[in-house]
Design a protein. Structure first.
Length: 330
């Protein structure tokens, strides 16, 4: 990639400008024209490197989502994966190296909707699904550093954050705003104005509410959302541990701060089939690097004495933003 693409992909994954003309702001910072910024982002999106520009919503702050897993006979795996992909509630779907070989995420407005989707998929595919909603999150980022030092670019946010994580009930206006944002910001000069039209509010209200959602951590990260495989992070593993529940937060905090970890959370056990309760995702440029990172974090966090398993991803069947809400008709 050229220098401009590197800056767009690396420096703007978080704290994206919350001003009427954000792409113009970025253009001034990078010393190019606004149209060059927009055309470059359109090109990166068309190539699949950029998924979208927009919000990563914190799980369970709006709607409900859950990880699910199925053990599917290998000769039926692709057929099952395509059946799962057809559901708009499914945003991620991967094959992993394990007896439970198909792992997917279902997101919807509430838990009954998620459970209904899983029941329907079980009937269609003929396999039971493990239902693994998140119980506690210790680290959620999904940002990827593209610089040699592995550090994340530091930017001044357009919003002042308080660190408060209070639960909030979405108003009808918020619901419409979230629905308008789920597909990402339009790649036009005044994207928030376009979002405002869809949400039925004015541009100032959109910018103010986005700041409020970031402050309340309804939005975990706002910026360029990249696809890791296309950026060269071709190995990823879900690492799972059997940890006493009372110690999960202590270990989870340590694991969440470890190099290469993009997600870390606690989920329920499903005995006798599934005894693991702490999950993390580790991405690297090759399998050896991921294995090295896993061993390093096991040593640093004192996890050597706990049973664990490593589930490398082998195929990506679906990856897109979660669709938590649908705008209701006026």
């Amino acid at each position: 990639m050229n220098e401009l693409e590197l800056h767009l992909l690396n420096d703007y994954q978080r704290d994206f400008p919350l001003v009427p003309a954000p792409y113009l702001t970025i253009a001034h910072e990078l010393g190019v024209s606004e149209e060059v910024v927009l055309e470059t982002l359109r090109k990166l999106r068309a190539e699949g490197t950029v998924s979208r520009v927009g919000a990563i919503f914190r799980p369970h702050r709006i709607g409900h989502s859950a990880l699910a897993a199925m053990s599917v006979p290998q000769h039926r795996l692709e057929e099952a994966a395509q059946t799962i992909n057809l559901r708009p509630e499914v945003n991620h779907n991967y094959e992993r190296e394990h007896a439970y070989n198909l792992w997917f995420v279902v997101a919807a407005e509430d838990e009954p909707h998620v459970l209904q989707v899983l029941r329907e998929l079980e009937l269609e595919i003929g396999c039971r699904a493990l239902y693994l909603p998140m119980l506690e999150d210790y680290h959620i980022d999904l940002g990827f550093s593209l610089t040699e030092d592995g550090g994340k670019a530091s930017r001044r946010s357009s919003c002042a954050t308080t660190g408060m994580h209070s639960q909030q009930v979405l108003s009808e206006q918020d619901r419409n705003l979230v629905a308008a944002l789920q597909g990402g910001l339009p790649l036009v000069s005044y994207p928030y104005a376009e979002v405002a039209k869809i949400a039925g509010v004015d541009e100032d209200a959109v910018l103010a509410r986005l700041c409020g959602m970031i402050e309340a951590e309804i939005i975990k990260r706002f910026g360029v959302v990249v696809r890791h495989h296309e950026l060269g992070f071709r190995a990823n593993a879900m690492v799972v541990w059997d940890i006493p529940d009372a110690q999960a937060a202590q270990f989870g905090k340590c694991v969440g701060e470890a190099e290469g970890v993009t997600l870390c959370y606690r989920r329920p056990r499903r005995l006798p089939e599934w005894r693991y309760n702490m999950f993390c995702m580790i991405h690297g440029r090759d399998r050896g690097k991921v294995c090295d990172l896993i061993e390093k974090l096991r040593n640093e966090c004192g996890l050597q004495g706990y049973d664990h398993d490593i589930l490398f991803s082998t195929r990506r069947f679906k990856q897109q933003g979660a669709q938590y809400v649908t705008a209701r008709a006026a």
